[in-house]
Design a protein around this ligand. Structure first.
Ligand SMILES: [Zn+2]
Ligand SMILES: [Zn+2]
Length: 196
C-alpha cells in the first residue's frame, strides 16, 4: 500500500517556485498547524489564543495560483455588554487568486497594475497567507461581541455585572423624590387611556 503521507506545516509562508515552474493544473495540499506565536501579531483588534488548524490547497492555472484555505482557531474578545473577555471560535474559509510578480521562464518582473499587495507572490516566489488569514478572521468576528446570547450586561447606574450579582438600582426602588412625579405620570396615563 502507498502510504498517504500528510505534510504538516507550521508557517504561513510557502515557497511556490516548484508549482510555478510546473505544468498548468499542478496542485499542492498541506495540513496546517500554525502556532499562536505566528498569529498573535496579525492584528491589534483581536488576540489569537489557539493554533490555526486546517488545510490549504494550491492550484496553478498558468497565470495565478488559486488558494483554497479552510480552518479554525479561537480569539479572545471583550463582551460588548459586560466587558469581560471571552473565547470566540472562528472558522475561516477563503478562496483567493495569488499572482506571481516574476516570470519563472525569463526571471523578469511581471508588471502588476492595481493588485492588492496581499495577493502577490514575491520575487523570491514566497506566497504569504498571513494577510488573507488576518482579513478572514476580522470578517468572521461578530459586530457586537457577546460572552453569551443572554448576557445581562452591567447596571447602567452602579456598574455591577448583572450576570454575577444583583444591585439595588432597580426601578421598583426608585428614589422617593421621584415617586410623586411617577404617580402623577401614571395618573395622566390613566386619564389618557380612559377619558371622562
Ligand atoms: Zn457579557
Ligand atoms: Zn446597579
Amino acid at each position: 500500500m502507498v502510504s498517504n503521507k500528510i505534510v504538516h506545516l507550521d508557517s504561513l509562508q510557502f515557497n511556490v517556485a516548484g508549482l510555478l515552474t510546473g505544468p498548468k493544473g499542478g496542485t499542492r495540499s498541506y495540513e496546517l498547524y500554525i502556532p499562536v506565536s505566528e498569529l498573535d501579531q496579525l492584528d491589534e483588534d483581536f488576540d489569537v489564543i489557539a493554533p490555526f488548524q486546517g488545510r490549504v490547497r494550491f492550484l496553478w492555472t498558468n497565470d495565478h495560483i488559486m488558494v483554497m484555505l479552510t480552518g479554525a482557531t479561537r480569539v479572545s474578545l471583550r463582551c460588548s455588554r459586560c466587558l469581560e473577555p471571552f473565547e470566540q471560535p472562528v472558522q475561516v474559509h477563503v478562496e483567493e487568486a495569488f499572482i506571481p510578480t516574476v516570470d519563472m521562464a525569463t526571471g523578469l518582473p511581471i508588471h502588476q497594475d492595481e493588485s492588492d499587495a496581499a495577493i502577490l507572490i514575491d520575487e523570491h516566489h514566497i506566497l504569504d497567507l498571513s494577510e488573507i488569514i488576518r482579513q478572514s478572521i476580522l470578517l468572521a468576528l461578530p459586530l457586537t461581541p457577546l460572552c453569551k446570547p443572554d448576557c445581562k450586561g452591567l447596571c447602567p447606574i452602579c456598574g455591577a455585572d448583572l450576570n454575577t450579582e444583583t444591585c439595588s438600582c432597580s426601578t421598583e426602588e426608585m428614589d422617593p423624590r421621584w415617586s410623586a412625579l411617577s404617580l402623577l405620570l401614571n395618573h395622566l396615563d390613566d386619564e389618557h387611556d380612559h377619558p371622562h
